[in-house]
Write a protein that binds this ligand. Structure first.
Ligand SMILES: NC(=O)c1ccc[n+]([C@@H]2O[C@H](COP(=O)([O-])OP(=O)(O)OC[C@H]3O[C@@H](n4cnc5c(N)ncnc54)[C@H](O)[C@@H]3O)[C@@H](O)[C@H]2O)c1
Ligand SMILES: O=P(O)(O)OC[C@@H](O)[C@@H](O)[C@H](O)[C@H](O)CO
Length: 384
């Protein structure tokens, strides 16, 4: 019988990356999602395709999965999780708090004789699994938490594969880039890591997740926000624009300086990583958009995220990150009525003073060396 992995979030990265890699590793994947139509489709469709586009394009078929509606079938999901080998998430960092109660209930129900459940959040955020574990902790009494901890292994991960929003007529099939990396910290598992041949096991995740978030995602966000300001919709077209490209190379030069100073990456190795990423963004076969990549600007402008995170650390080292500040300015102008965070951001810029908006949006306070620079940028966009 196959081992079982329950995966929360059957969206783009869920089907196009985490589900695929777990399937390849021999797991029966149980997708859990709140989107009824998606779950209904998975329940009646025995397989879907992952279409990798770019150099070495190929198509893979994923089958041997089941699907559970996590909104209407929580009890069934708790039973499934209590018996599973792995649980992963790709729901978005702000949604982790909503899946935590179900995982907490399953761990309480799980027999102490079973091997521990491997818990791995696959979100674009630093230490997302620790955040999930924190939410699970909030749902437990001290006694319950003490009973749960031997029954789970919490491991942080960094996932990297560009999976754009899919065409309306794609069904369950997912178009993705050919590149992928799933880095998982190995120490929490001791000598017993789960069998996932495509994973990269690392002794310390911090350099990997920071390099990923502050290079791939900082560069991506910069392409999206500057591209959108110039009226460009397709991500690869945005990077082809001379001014956008200069902005992206500027921010990646700044984050390179930080990453090289902070971690054991040489200048050459980090530049090679940057160059590779720029070719990934430029992939013309990938139908990615500035709207998707810029989504949820309040999350992206928050204190430890891809823009303010590295900018703040550079300022703490005495460097003014002019290019990152220009991207913060472009992000504050991201105006997409269908994106609730974009709407909320403009509401904040309409109703708060520059100081209030700076603290509320970026989490920076007046003592921080970056504060004055960011206040000046926010001040230009406040319309009170
Ligand atoms: N798309 C990418 O290129 C990519 C790459 C790496 C990491 N990520 C990260 O993966 C996560 C998901 O991104 P995505 O692009 O797949 O988004 P997506 O919107 O395609 O998928 C998210 C899925 O989560 C589901 N969901 C929302 N709330 C839920 C809940 N309470 N319980 C269960 N399911 C719920 C949604 O219905 C949706 O199907 C994000 O953290 C993102 O940053 C995305
Ligand atoms: O998913 P987000 O909103 O955090 O960021 C948007 C994109 O930058 C992101 O999804 C990338 O495509 C992905 O992180 C590549 O690995």
């Amino acid at each position: 019988m196959s081992p079982t992995a329950v995966h929360f979030g059957a969206g783009n990265i869920g089907r196009g990356f985490v589900g695929l890699i777990l399937h390849r590793a021999g797991y029966e994947v149980v997708f859990a999602d709140v989107a009824e139509t998606l779950i209904d489709a998975l329940q009646v469709t025995p397989s879907y395709q992952v279409i990798e586009v770019g150099l070495d394009s190929r198509t893979e078929r994923v089958d041997n999965y089941r699907a559970i509606n996590s909104r209407s079938h929580d009890a069934e999901l708790v039973r499934e999780l209590a018996a599973a080998d792995i649980v992963t998430t790709a729901v978005g960092p702000t949604v982790l708090k909503f899946v935590a109660p179900t995982i907490a209930a399953a761990l309480l129900k799980r027999s102490a004789d079973q091997p521990p459940l491997a818990v791995m959040a696959c979100e674009n955020a630093i230490n997302a699994t620790d955040v999930l574990a924190g939410h699970i902790r909030e749902h437990c009494s001290d006694e319950e938490w003490a009973a749960i901890t031997p029954k789970a292994v919490f491991a942080n991960t960094a996932v990297d594969r560009i999976v754009p929003a899919q065409a309306a007529d794609a069904g369950l099939d997912v178009t993705v880039e050919t590149y992928f990396e799933w880095a998982i910290e190995s120490p929490p598992f001791g000598s017993n890591p789960p069998e996932i041949p495509d994973a990269t096991w690392v002794p310390d995740l911090a350099p990997y997740i920071e390099r990923k978030l502050f290079t791939v995602n900082t560069g991506h966000a910069t392409t999206a926000y500057h591209g959108r300001l110039r009226g460009i919709s397709k991500l690869s077209d945005a990077l082809a624009d001379e001014q956008v490209r200069a902005a992206v190379e500027g921010v990646l030069g700044e984050t390179k300086a930080l990453l090289v100073a902070k971690h054991e990456f040489s200048d050459e190795a980090q530049q090679a990583y940057v160059d590779k990423i720029l070719t990934r963004f430029a992939n013309p076969h990938l139908p990615d958009t500035t709207e998707r990549v810029g989504r949820q600007p309040l999350r992206k402008l928050s204190r430890n995220e891809r823009l303010i995170g590295p900018a703040a650390e550079l300022a703490e080292r005495g460097i003014t990150p002019h290019h990152l500040l220009a991207t913060v300015d472009a992000a504050l102008q991201f105006d997409v009525p269908e994106d609730p965070e974009s709407v909320e951001m403009h509401e904040l810029l309409r109703t708060l003073s520059p100081a209030e908006a700076t603290e509320r949006i970026t989490g920076l306070t007046p003592e921080h060396p970056l504060y004055a620079e960011v206040l000046a940028v926010v001040g230009k966009r406040v319309t009170v």
